[in-house]
Write a protein that binds this ligand. Structure first.
Ligand SMILES: Cc1cc2nc3c(=O)[nH]c(=O)nc-3n(C[C@H](O)[C@H](O)[C@H](O)COP(=O)(O)O)c2cc1C
Length: 344
């Protein structure tokens, strides 16, 4: 990891400033929040440390206005960072005191976080904490191994603990319906030049100095083809590649060991924040038990397809994230902004 944009992953827990001020301790804890996943790796969060508290803001300047016009995935992304912060608080011996939406005049102030009382983290939380710097999205094919039912139950319990649900798509027919929806989503999105431009703007060369966005290696594209990245972005921006992308998506849905939908009972900002926390809990759990994950959110991003997906699910409510899960291999991290870049 020589690239400066990957330095943020090298956080060492031994550097926790045990005897420093509360504000300095809170600042340190943010090193774990910024490692969270976010759509297109936009990292749409900002923090202000003031009066022994972190004010956690959604950063709308980083919104994906075409793929995510409501800012739903933006808030889910903030939820993943909030979950890391909660786990880090416990790890360093604090219960955390978290109040959400404290300012009626500013809905982008999502939460106010204080250290709270002293506590001892549980053994389980310890495992989740250790998983934070190891978790990465795995977009390649998975091993052809079944995922034991007991592990799926575990993932479902994790998601429920955060007030969401995880519906496992079972049976060839249901899986084919999901595959068809993903394929339709690819065609619709890729036919839209604005969608393609937005996506292309967040895809970077593997050796890019950018501290956000998706490097080409994270797409499962060989790093030796890095010279092709500008060409890839150009082609993406210019041509409708719906057919080839849909073909790949179809294979991903039908061949992944597990397809699961994470959802919530309602569809408000508080549900999205809960969905984000549930998502990060399940991704970290996956990391602990050796399961990798990646996303196929196309049918949830498009309202007409989202309502069709809803009808297929057993759980009442709203799909928020469509996941593929399976056993993968270790992959390289993607860039992150440092804490100093996201604190104002
Ligand atoms: C709310 C949300 C939506 C996402 N949607 C997609 C998606 O549709 N397709 C995809 O390939 N990755 C998706 N991702 C994964 C991000 O691209 C990934 O988290 C980001 O690039 C950072 O990489 P990392 O997860 O390896 O740290 C999503 C992540 C989040 C949190």
């Amino acid at each position: 990891m020589s690239n400066q944009s990957l330095e943020t992953w090298k956080i060492q827990e031994a550097e926790f400033p045990q005897t420093a001020s509360v504000n300095e301790q809170l600042h340190f804890l943010l090193n774990y929040a910024v490692l969270a996943p976010s759509s297109h790796n936009t990292q749409p969060w900002l923090f202000k440390i003031q009066d022994e508290a972190i004010n956690f803001y959604a950063d709308r300047t980083r919104s994906l206005s075409i793929a995510d016009p409501q800012g739903r995935e933006l808030i889910i992304s903030c939820g993943t960072a909030l979950f890391n912060l909660r786990i880090a608080l416990h790890h360093f011996g604090y219960k955390g005191k978290i109040t959400t939406w404290t300012d009626p005049n500013n809905p982008d102030l999502l939460a106010r976080i204080q250290l709270g009382d002293a506590i001892q983290e549980s053994a389980d939380e310890h495992l989740l904490f250790q998983a934070i710097p190891k978790r990465h999205t795995y977009r390649r094919d998975y091993q052809d191994w079944d995922v034991p039912e007991s592990l799926l139950k575990w993932l479902q319990a994790d998601v429920e603990q955060e007030g969401a649900w995880l519906d496992i798509v079972r049976g060839d027919i249901a899986r084919q319906v999901v595959a068809d929806l993903v394929v339709q989503g690819d065609h619709l999105q890729m036919a839209d030049p604005n969608f393609r431009s937005e996506l292309a703007a967040w895809i970077h060369k593997s050796d890019s100095k950018s501290h956000d966005g998706i490097p080409i290696y994270a797409q499962g594209i060989d790093e030796h083809l890095d010279f092709a990245a500008p060409l890839f972005a150009f082609v993406l921006r210019t041509f409708d590649m719906g057919d080839s992308i849909a073909e790949r998506s179809q294979k991903l849905v039908t061949q992944s060991p597990v397809i699961a939908v994470l959802g919530t009972k309602d569809d408000n900002t508080s549900d999205w924040l809960a969905a984000g926390q549930a998502l990060e809990r399940v991704l970290l759990r996956g990391q602990v038990i050796g399961l990798s994950a990646s996303f196929l959110n196309q049918p949830i991003q498009l309202p007409e397809l989202r309502s069709q997906l809803r009808k297929l699910l057993k759980e009442p409510g709203y799909p928020q994230i469509l996941l593929r899960l399976g056993f993968g291999m270790e992959v390289k991290p993607t860039p992150r902004r440092s804490v100093n870049e996201v604190v104002f």
